[in-house]
Design a binder for this molecule. Structure first.
Ligand code: SAM
Length: 372
């Protein structure tokens, strides 16, 4: 596969982290934009990013970008792109997209224009007028934002948050990509002690363990680009081997989870086993009011119940007060809490050392961090 520009969308607020991940894996032309990060590379770069990215949602080939204020401009712009470099004659290519703050605002109309333009381009190159679409899948996605069109093809298939270790979850699990981002922001160390006192299905503990041990989150799944025409299996195999070789299984990291619900504790242990990190994760039933640790140092990160989804608002606020009491100021300890609670700091009783606005699904939250 030739060199392409790629687009890795991510949750708002995580662009810097996703860009940092890409730079660390040696990607070229890394550029963080609102809600996405762009980079350039060959199939090896695509495989590396797909396997290793922790906090991006997916990877897409960015075929091109141009301005369009009319259907004609949209048609001409899409037809001018080098579709034949990516799509074979039997490609299946459904088109979906979005329009925001743009003159072109009818998504269904834009969808059919994009499809028509691709058919015309490929028809000319392959000398056919009808496409059977019986071959590999190339999901085309367009985004029209302030009259700027981005045309992309999804290279991931299932979103990158689908690591494969969480077929079942408790109520209100945190997304794997967001959990990984929180672990990165909390500066999880390879020899650290990580604690989630509201562990639910164990996502934060597992993502922290994968990070500490430098285990690639996508190692045990497949990506749609692997089924594309001309995809080189040996490239993906090499990248899997390279990612495996970077693992640090012997480090002293360990993680501890607590939850009031015995079912959640069992699920945490089950998911940790599926993720291949059961050896460093313990979990037991414990109410947050009884939180304690004899450990000299610790990094606590949690996603407590929010009034909206689990408990009523009053009970959720009471939990913030309890956290303020049990998360003692201790040398060697840090705490991170993601919550939509507007007056979290006053309930908790201390001003955070750092605050970052993040979305947990559709819920606007802040990640409050205490380092001392
Ligand atoms: C939002 S969920 C956490 C989800 C978790 N991060 C995950 O990815 O699955 C909150 C969890 O807090 C637990 N919980 C509620 N009240 C608690 C309490 N007083 N002490 C400890 N855990 C509690 C619930 O059982 C639930 O599993």
């Amino acid at each position: 596969m030739k060199k392409w520009r790629y687009c890795a969308p991510c949750l708002l607020g995580l662009e810097g982290l996703a860009a940092q991940e890409l730079r660390q894996m040696g990607a070229d032309g890394v550029e963080a934009q609102n809600g996405r990060v762009l980079f350039t590379g060959d199939e090896g770069a695509l495989a590396r990013a797909s396997l290793r990215l922790r906090c991006a949602e997916r990877v897409l080939v960015l075929l091109g970008e141009f301005e369009a204020r009319s259907f004609e401009e949209l048609f001409q712009g899409v037809r001018a792109l080098p579709w034949e470099d990516l799509l074979p004659v039997d490609a299946e290519f459904p088109v979906t997209g979005s329009c925001l703050n743009s003159q072109l605002h009818s998504v269904p109309d834009c969808q059919s224009i994009v499809k028509k333009a691709i058919v015309e381009r490929l028809g000319g190159r392959y000398h056919v007028s009808w496409f059977q679409e019986t071959g590999p899948l190339y999901r085309v996605r367009f985004r029209i934002l302030k009259d700027k069109v981005s045309v992309m093809v999804d290279a991931s298939g299932a979103g990158l948050h689908k690591r494969g270790y969480r077929p079942a979850s408790t109520q209100a699990p945190i997304k794997e990509t967001l959990a990984a981002a929180l672990a990165m922001l909390a500066r999880v160390r390879p020899d650290g002690h990580f604690i989630d006192p509201f562990c639910g299905s164990g996502t934060l503990l597992i993502e922290a363990a994968l990070l500490a041990k430098n285990m690639a989150p996508g190692l045990h799944r497949r990506f749609i680009a692997e089924s594309w025409a001309g995809s080189d299996k040996s490239v993906w195999q090499q990248e899997r081997q390279a990612a495996k070789a970077l693992e640090r299984p012997e480090e002293g990291f360990w993680a501890e989870g607590f939850d009031i619900d015995p079912g959640a504790v069992a699920l945490t242990l089950e998911n940790a086993r599926r993720a291949g990190v059961a050896g460093c994760i313990r979990a037991q039933v414990r109410d947050i009011a009884d939180f304690e640790s004899a450990s000299q140092y610790g990094c606590v990160v949690c996603n407590p119940p929010y009034g909206e989804r689990l408990l009523d608002a009053q009970a959720a606020r009471e939990l913030c007060r309890v956290m303020g009491r049990v998360f003692e100021r201790r040398r060697g300890w840090s705490y991170g809490v993601i919550t939509p609670e507007e007056d979290f700091e006053s309930l908790f009783g201390r001003r955070a050392d750092k605050r970052r606005k993040l979305y947990n699904g559709m819920i606007k939250c802040q990640f409050y961090q205490y380092f001392k």
